[in-house]
Design a protein around this ligand. Sequence first.
Ligand SMILES: Cc1cc2nc3c(=O)[nH]c(=O)nc-3n(C[C@H](O)[C@H](O)[C@H](O)COP(=O)(O)OP(=O)(O)OC[C@H]3O[C@@H](n4cnc5c(N)ncnc54)[C@H](O)[C@@H]3O)c2cc1C
Length: 503
Amino acid sequence: MSEASQGKRVVVVGAGWAGLGATYHLAKQGYNVTLLEAGAYPGGLVAGWKTAAGRSVEAGIHGFWYPYKNIFSLINELGISPFTTWTRSSQYSPAGLEVESPIFQDLPRLPTPLGTFLYTQFKRLPLIDRLSALPLLYTLIDFDNSDAAWRRYDCVTARELFKDFGVSARLYRESFEAMLLVGLFAPGEQCSAAATLGMLYFFILAHQPDFDVVWCRGTVGEKIFRPWMERIEKAGARVLANRRVTDLIVDNYSQVTGVVCGDEVFDTDAVIFAVGITGMKKMISSSPSLQSREEFRNLSNLGAIDVLATRLWFDRKINIPRPSNACFGFSPTTGWTFFDLNALHDEYHDEPGTVVEADFYHANQFLPLEDEEIVSIVQRYLTSCVPAVQSAKVIDHSVIRLPQAVSHFAPGSYRFMLPAKTSFKNVFMSGDWIINRHGSWSQEKAYVTGLEAANLVISSLGEGTPANILPVEADELHIQVARAINQTVRQIGNSVLPNFWLP
Ligand SMILES: Cc1cc2nc3c(=O)[nH]c(=O)nc-3n(C[C@H](O)[C@H](O)[C@H](O)COP(=O)(O)OP(=O)(O)OC[C@H]3O[C@@H](n4cnc5c(N)ncnc54)[C@H](O)[C@@H]3O)c2cc1C
């Protein structure tokens, strides 16, 4: 029996970034961890696998941005080098090339957001439209990721926010909404203004280099999760695939003592949920114990968004100017990205033809189409950006439909999202939709919340050392000063004005 298996028992549910992060840390601390995953592979939304023909595919290409400090630290700990160098990106509309981004960390650093504003190369958007973003700077100061700020901004839509602050129609359509469609996976009228400000600040505005990005030189499954899983299993964790959790067993003291998975029951001292919104809703529908709690019943007010990941193999070499590209304006409520995998993935460097990944977010209307219809739309869209695609022949393709897959930060959703601690004493939440104050988003947030949940288990069960979670880089000095002044003015206002108006 290994040392780990003698420790207190923890069941982690879901093997995405959050669940793997929690499992790895707790296993290293000597806990007896069982990780239950409903799917056939670990990785969650980032899972990768091989087709019957032996080709690598995955549920969408994933970028790792400059502020993903905790993931980069994990990569160092694992001693692997899965990433490309920092890459430049382009943005296209049906009219052609719209924007080119430099590698911001290579340029002289300016106080934020000047570098983003001056160094981004807009090809068409007039200066007057870009300048109409200036009044929005106030919201950058006012939204400080606190609970109060989320409550002030969450019931407002992103579109209303930009309208109220005087953003031009063209800047909204061609820049902000374009970013929302690929950042929060939804059009502006369906995004919470709080989530919008939090996401834009983390990925783009907090510090000049934040928008710099690296990609995996293969699927994330192959390059990161495979070596990580080896370390997780070596640390003593038991990872069980094809195990869909359906219920919890709860004692009279509000402690969970078992996790039910079909006919199996896993006895436990603590539980970490690391499941997306749709998975959680499905689990609640089969679980009388979860249905008995208001906070879990309320999750039926949350939603998720359809995504489509396609990979096309072309018969010839096509010159694609930049390896990663974002696109807007092809359909009013769908954003998409495309990637030159010959440039990004080791496996395709020497491919005689071209391999392109095209991922569609808020792809509701595409999901019912046949694969062939989807492939023909993708080729048509790609041709608008890279005309040489038109004459190339698609010799193979993969189409992965991901219904209700990614978290929807809809207006008004904050009040129903869960913090890490629940009304069960020994059940903790993690995942990219959980309320925390770290300030990160997407994969980095999922991983951080996994570590935060592991730390709550450690403080509740009293064994082991908490994970060292790296904070996001501090706000720049001028932002700190402006936020302090703004908070003081708010406090004075709150102390003299009646609590009468909507926040
Ligand atoms: C196409 C696409 C592109 C994206 N691009 C990026 C990007 O470029 N950069 C970035 O940082 N992020 C990106 N994201 C978002 C990123 O994938 C997520 O933020 C992150 O993977 C979420 O991790 P998670 O651990 O919270 O949840 P998930 O990855 O959703 O993992 C949850 C796991 O729980 C399992 N599960 C569900 N129900 C049960 C049950 N009852 N029992 C047991 N297991 C269960 C699921 O099978 C799943 O494996 C993208 C997402 C998509 C879909």
